[in-house]
Design a protein around this ligand. Structure first.
Ligand code: GUN
Length: 291
């Protein structure tokens, strides 16, 4: 058994940020304003605040302007929609996101569909989602776009390969299946909660992508020799030895799967950093369209 190539999402993400920072510097030198991202966060979910802080730090690092709008978890859906409509109209804002999860009384679908597609830098609206299958792709969802960018930058062939995606969420698995089909020209299987005999599918994968959020789900016996393994899972698990009290765990049992994989993404440091890089790329794209 040889050791796999470890896909370094931190490095790729850093490269992308450097590329964006250079472009922003150029804009500023020309006297133009930089791209401006707004972030709405509702409530006090610790993990969401950590993710949002990461997004803000990334904006700072590349020279984007940013606006953080934090609302109490008691805000009504109606009021939140008013804020979204204001952002839709605001010419100084190129793009914005509403951090998920939202409190139970607010429908993610209602909120998402009020975001102007050209400002939807998460790529969550139906229009942007549907554009994955078009020759004029608009703003693409960050997580699957990040996965595709890793595959592209590592020059991993996808055409005609068996790509098995475990997890059919609207944020990751479902849009990734379309990108793998449209851009990757792969043979795509999507597995989800109701899939019977998961292993019979995963075992056939040349490229296995797992986006469930269940640490330990994918063990060595479920993976084909020399498969490309992409782990999108990032679950906080208690870890008393850490200062924070937790660590991030993927869905793949890394130590036993890595020795038989050809490529593998670690958690953390694989797909995670790419989602923020994709958000920055989308914000830059929205800015360019705006100007
Ligand atoms: N919650 C988890 N991932 C995401 C994401 O990519 N965007 C938003 N808005 N919320 C999230």
């Amino acid at each position: 058994m040889s050791s796999p190539t470890i896909i370094d999402g931190r490095k790729v993400s850093k490269d992308i940020k450097n590329e964006i920072a250079e472009k922003v510097e150029k804009l500023k030198a020309e006297g133009k304003r930089p791209p401006h991202l707004a972030i709405i966060i509702v409530g006090d979910d610790g993990a969401s605040h950590t993710y949002v802080n990461g997004k803000i730090n990334a904006c700072k690092a590349v020279g984007f302007d940013f606006t953080l709008m934090h609302f109490a978890s008691t805000i009504s859906e109606e009021k939140l929609i008013k804020h979204i409509e204001q952002l839709n109209e605001d010419e100084d804002i190129d793009g914005f996101i509403v951090q998920i999860p939202l409190p139970e009384h607010i429908s993610v679908e209602h909120i998402t569909e009020r975001i102007a597609p050209l400002k939807d830098v998460d790529g969550f609206t139906n229009q942007n989602f549907g554009s994955i299958m078009s020759s004029h792709q608009l703003l693409l969802p960050a997580t699957p776009f990040g996965v595709m960018e890793l595959i592209r930058r590592y020059e991993i062939p996808t055409e005609g390969k068996n790509c098995v995606i475990v997890g059919a969420s609207r944020i990751a698995g479902a849009p990734l299946s379309l990108m793998m089909l449209q851009d990757g020209r792969a043979t795509v299987t999507v597995c989800h909660k109701l899939t019977k005999d998961l292993k019979s599918h995963t075992k056939e994968a040349d490229i296995l992508v797992v986006a469930v959020g269940k640490p330990g789900l994918i063990t060595k016996d479920m993976v084909k020799e020399c498969a490309v393994v992409i782990d999108v899972g990032t679950t906080r698990v208690e870890d008393a030895s850490r200062k924070s009290g937790f660590r991030l765990a993927g869905d793949v049992v890394y130590d036993e799967v890595a020795p038989i994989a050809s490529y593998i993404t670690p958690v953390p440091g694989g797909v995670g950093p790419m989602t923020i890089a994709s958000l920055l790329l989308n914000t830059f794209k929205a800015y360019e369209r705006n100007h």
